[in-house]
Design a protein around this ligand. Sequence first.
Ligand SMILES: *[C@@H]1O[C@H](CO)[C@@H](O)[C@H](O)[C@H]1NC(C)=O
Ligand SMILES: *[C@@H]1O[C@H](CO)[C@@H](O)[C@H](O)[C@H]1NC(C)=O
Ligand SMILES: *[C@@H]1O[C@H](CO)[C@@H](O)[C@H](O)[C@H]1NC(C)=O
Ligand SMILES: *[C@@H]1O[C@H](CO)[C@@H](O)[C@H](O)[C@H]1NC(C)=O
Ligand SMILES: *[C@@H]1O[C@H](CO)[C@@H](O)[C@H](O)[C@H]1NC(C)=O
Length: 306
Amino acid sequence: MQPTAQRLLLGLLCSAWSCSGFTEESNALNFVQRKVLPRVAPAPNNSTAQSELLSQPWLLHHKYIFACHHKAGVYLLDTLFKMVFYALGAKEGDMGRWIQPCYPFTCLFPEAPLQIWIDLYSAERAQEAREAAGAKGIRVVGIVRDPVSMIVSAYCYHHRGMEPYNAMFYPEGTLLQLGPKEGLKFVAERMLALIENMTSAFEQPVNDTFHLVYEKVAGSSQGFDEQVEEMMSFLFEDHLTSEQHSLLLNVTKFADLNRFPRDSSDSSHMNDEECEEEVSKYVPSLHPELLSRYRSFQERLGYAVT
Ligand SMILES: *[C@@H]1O[C@H](CO)[C@@H](O)[C@H](O)[C@H]1NC(C)=O
Ligand SMILES: *[C@@H]1O[C@H](CO)[C@@H](O)[C@H](O)[C@H]1NC(C)=O
Ligand SMILES: *[C@@H]1O[C@H](CO)[C@@H](O)[C@H](O)[C@H]1NC(C)=O
Ligand SMILES: *[C@@H]1O[C@H](CO)[C@@H](O)[C@H](O)[C@H]1NC(C)=O
Ligand SMILES: *[C@@H]1O[C@H](CO)[C@@H](O)[C@H](O)[C@H]1NC(C)=O
């Protein structure tokens, strides 16, 4: 790796604030905290840094929002957000963050021109953002995943003890106790509003919003590259120089878990695969009313109904 690319990678994977993200996938978070954080100095911490973006003035033409929901690739989207904008010269204060609920130190720089919004985006919030941006308009990257996979994945993830502090599944420790049938019902109920919001935000194609499809971006490196390429042309049109374009393609590849799997001490995805296969069997046993909500989310988002 070229020294500049390497410095950039280290610098952008983690800055002081982003590592305190409470709702991020803890595996990846631990990886970043242990391996990367000690090696990078925290970036300047003030919100007057917008002027830094003036080196890429077209970045101020729109309000950029990356939107994601729990278990639909939050860590992936957050990593892409940082990689892309740090690589274009953004500073910490240019990059805002809003998480619902707002755990201590997790909501930052609400006025920043570049935003990542976690666990709160909905059709209504999209409309508010559009109105607030006025003539500038918004450019949104939203990551979308099959809603039924999201609840199955959430059960397995929390049942093995990850993110015990996640308020969505309080009281703490509940999911450690519950077996797959009761546990799946519990997460399906707790995530209902969140997934309704994700569905409402992304069911209709809108020309100011790009859908990053979780299944494509996580499924293979080829899918990852195609999605990232499409995302970049949506976001930046023809503003990037060819050097910037190559740099962005190069650094974003580090977010591809097929190319760069976390080492086994950081994650136990194998267990998750077995778990997910097992827990999926209980989907049909969800209460018919609850199940029909999830099937309707799948339909609205264009997924096969399971
Ligand atoms: C990024 O670019 C460097 C230097 O050109 C190269 O050595 C490295 O393999 C590239 N990384 C990826 C992930 O493509
Ligand atoms: C960084 O900014 C946040 C939010 O404005 C503030 O709470 C925090 O104390 C600041 N940290 C430093 C090191 O200045
Ligand atoms: C914010 O950072 C810039 C340089 O990045 C510095 O010139 C300015 O004084 C800082 N402002 C505050 C309020 O710390
Ligand atoms: C869902 O969207 C509504 C309307 O924007 C918002 O008030 C609510 O907080 C959101 N809830 C979740 C869990 O995302
Ligand atoms: C989206 O479509 C509207 C209405 O057709 C149009 O006015 C607007 O310029 C388009 N925006 C983008 C980003 O293409």
